[in-house]
Design a protein around this ligand. Structure first.
Ligand SMILES: *Cc1c(COP(=O)(O)O)cnc(C)c1O
Length: 385
């Protein structure tokens, strides 16, 4: 290894996950691959061409800058949808590039029409409606104005999508709230249709909704976390398994993370290790220094708690996680030397460190652990069965 650490991406798992999702969703539902936050930390540049290779033709991201990166690495004709932020002065470039985007407020609609009139363009928009999440989306009270604007500006506005986002389909405790959102969505849709305004693609589901509430699949689903091999929550997974004969996980993890030993040291009983007083050696210990820290995405909350694999054995992180280093207790491991492989996420021998091991407390943490992985870490694509 010429680098401090490496993220591996298993192409076979990508193929597996895309095939599973396509099979479950059927040919009538478009699978939009959500690749925001650097493809959930996996890397936009390696992931997008691989997803494309296995048949994904629709990509969703959050920022205009991400859309540009996706476009750069795509060779097959595909749709790129920006679900979030486009700076005002990039709107014209976004439209010229053929990017589709969420119109999440009346201000954004006015601005879009203005730009299109000025430069004689037609924008491909997805109306995002406020159905009850109270985050982004156009309010019901704006419907008359919205319909009028859409009818007046058909020359400038191509109404591609009509969508909303559900506020937590991965948890049964949100059931009532989700049902109300779905109802509101269809109410808004019929208001538009009554006026002869017909969006081409109706969509609202993310991974959790697509599986927990299959009726929300409509014309398209925006799938993020499942593509990368994770279920949105334990609840969603258990619910899926309950209806199956074979109780095995159909999804496969794509990402692995490994590093190597940088130095080895003996520390005497009674000594503190690393900054401060957080780790006191109770007996003589052998430590290994690993060139990975919170700047790489190894959370500081894993101080004295993290676990990694060396020689197929689980080793504890001792002391505080530093900016660029962690220290392991490798006491008792035979013949460790500098350069030996350390697995931070993934398998080594018979054992595996899962992303979920980073914390078993919250299901949201999977997303967080992944998206905090530094984009500077090199990504290497492998094909492992
Ligand atoms: C992130 C996101 C998704 C994907 O969510 P997953 O839970 O990862 O499937 C879908 N839609 C919107 C608007 C999002 O922001």
């Amino acid at each position: 290894m010429n680098y401090s650490c490496l993220i591996t991406l298993n192409e076979k798992s990508i193929e597996n996950n895309v095939r599973f999702l396509q099979k479950k969703l059927g040919s009538k539902v478009v699978l939009s691959a959500v690749v925001k936050a650097n493809a959930y930390g996996h890397g936009i540049e390696p992931m997008v061409p691989l997803l494309s290779k296995y048949g994904v033709k629709h990509f969703s991201c959050f920022y205009y800058s991400e859309a540009c990166r996706i476009k750069q690495v795509l060779s097959a004709p595909s749709t790129i949808l920006i679900m979030g932020y486009i700076p005002g002065n990039s709107l014209v470039d976004a439209i010229r590039s053929g990017f589709e985007f969420f119109v999440f407020s009346m201000e954004r609609l006015h601005e879009t029409i203005h730009v299109c009139k000025e430069f004689q363009l037609k924008a491909k928009i997805h109306l995002e409606m406020e159905t009850g999440m109270n985050r982004s989306g156009i309010d019901q009270s704006k419907l008359p104005e919205l319909i009028a604007l859409l009818k007046e500006n058909t020359e400038y506005i191509d109404l591609v999508g009509f969508c909303t986002h559900l506020a937590g389909a991965e948890s049964i405790s949100n059931h009532t709230r989700i049902q109300r959102q779905v109802k509101n969505y269809f109410k808004f849709l019929s208001s538009l249709q009554k006026e002869g305004v017909e969006p081409k693609i109706r969509h609202m589901a993310n991974s959790a909704a697509a599986f927990v509430y299959p009726k929300t699949r409509l014309d398209m689903v925006r799938i993020g976390i499942m593509l990368y091999g994770f279920w949105s929550s334990a609840e969603v997974f258990v619910q899926y398994l309950a209806r199956r004969v074979h109780k095995t996980d159909p999804l496969k993890r794509i990402l692995g993370w490994k590093s190597q030993i940088m130095a080895i040291k003996k520390v005497k009983a009674g000594e503190f290790v690393s900054y401060g007083l957080s780790y006191l050696a109770q007996e003589d210990v052998v430590t290994a220094l690993i060139p990975v820290g919170y700047a790489s995405g190894y959370s500081r909350s894993l101080s004295n708690r993290g676990k990694v694999l060396v020689h197929g054995q689980i080793c504890n992180v001792i002391g505080l996680v530093n900016m660029n280093m962690i220290i392991l207790d490798i006491t008792g491991l035979d013949q460790c030397s500098v350069g030996d492989e350390v697995v931070i996420i993934g398998k080594q021998g018979e054992r595996e460190i899962k992303v979920s091991a980073f914390s078993d407390s919250t299901n949201r943490l999977n997303y967080e652990v992944l998206t905090l992985l530094s984009p500077e870490i090199p990504r290497k694509v492998l094909f492992l069965s």
